[in-house]
Design a protein around this ligand. Structure first.
Ligand code: PDD
Length: 281
């Protein structure tokens, strides 16, 4: 049975609920994080909590508790779920108040929900297809907002097209996937959109960039076009629970020779090695 923390209580997930006047429910007025968890260990927890604090500050929501208290709750949730492997989901909303767009005064206590989505990390290694779609999101994609309607519609479009993910573009430039960062490889250089308000600066993205740097792999953080993506030698997506997913087709363009890319798998290997080291240390 999955156990969920919700506003001070640990409850079976099926019985965990929030007030209908929660601003997360009514306005998507909240922030979330997903952290990979395996064998009771969290991957890059501090970076995720740094990003959580940054996102909350950008929308002027207070932390629901101190960082040590939050880490304690996270550990309780992991323990109560018997160290299940998956994505730890953490959501903070502005709290409960009667429905008015401006911030309620006095500020309500932010709502906090933490539970685990059980899943195997980094399952997909065979090579997948992505489609490209117009990016319909707002202009602050660097904030990990719970307002996810555009990504929901984009992912559904991908699913209906038989694809794994949809890569979004603005003026012909690929920003990122609906729930992952987008990467291509050209002439042994890995290329990904620079961190900016146009993308979520993925924690997996940052870790992969650090690993690439440490291992002498050439990197270009720069915008790339849909045409460049179609013509790439390799391509992949990254995110916390999917890790590194090789891409072998973008729209109808076969990437490289249609096989999973060597540099992609090298990066994935480096990531897994670092991860293993962390969980056995
Ligand atoms: N998605 N870009 C977007 C738009 C995302 O939603 C995500 C993560 C990423 C990758 O970020 P990270 O490496 O920190 O997981 C990039 C999460 C996992 C989700 O919404 O389920």
């Amino acid at each position: 049975m999955s156990i969920c923390y919700v506003n001070g209580r640990y409850l079976p997930l099926a019985h965990a609920s929030v007030n209908v006047q929660d601003r997360g429910y009514q306005f998507a007025d909240g922030i979330y994080e997903v952290i990979a968890v395996k064998n009771g260990q969290l991957w890059d927890e501090e970076w995720h909590l740094d990003r959580l604090e940054r996102s909350l500050a950008e929308v002027q929501i207070a932390m629901p508790c101190t960082r040590p208290a939050l880490k304690h709750i996270i550990r309780q949730v992991i323990q109560q779920n018997c160290n299940v492997e998956g994505g730890l989901y953490l959501q903070v909303s502005r709290g409960v108040a009667s429905r008015d767009f401006a911030f309620p005064k006095p500020a309500p206590k932010p709502s906090l929900v933490v539970y685990i989505m059980p899943r195997r990390l980094g399952q997909s290694t065979k090579g997948v297809r992505v489609i490209t779609i117009p990016d319909m999101r707002w202009k602050r994609c660097d904030i990990k907002s719970i307002a996810l309607l555009a990504p929901v519609l984009g992912k559904q479009q991908a699913k209906e097209a038989g694809a794994f993910e949809a890569w979004q573009y603005v003026d012909g430039i690929i920003t990122e996937g609906t729930s992952s960062n987008a990467w291509i490889v050209k002439n042994n250089t890995i290329i990904t959109h620079p961190a900016s308000p146009a993308i979520l600066n993925g924690i997996t993205r940052m870790r992969l960039l650090a690993l690439a740097k440490e291992n002498g792999i050439a990197i270009e953080e720069r915008p790339f076009t849909v045409a460049e993506a179609h013509d790439a030698d390799e391509a992949f997506a990254s995110a916390s629970t999917m890790v590194v997913v090789p891409i072998i087709k973008i729209d109808d363009a076969v990437i490289g020779n249609g096989n999973v890319g060597a540099l992609t798998m090298r990066l994935r290997g480096l990531y897994e090695e670092a991860f293993k080291k962390l969980i056995t240390d």
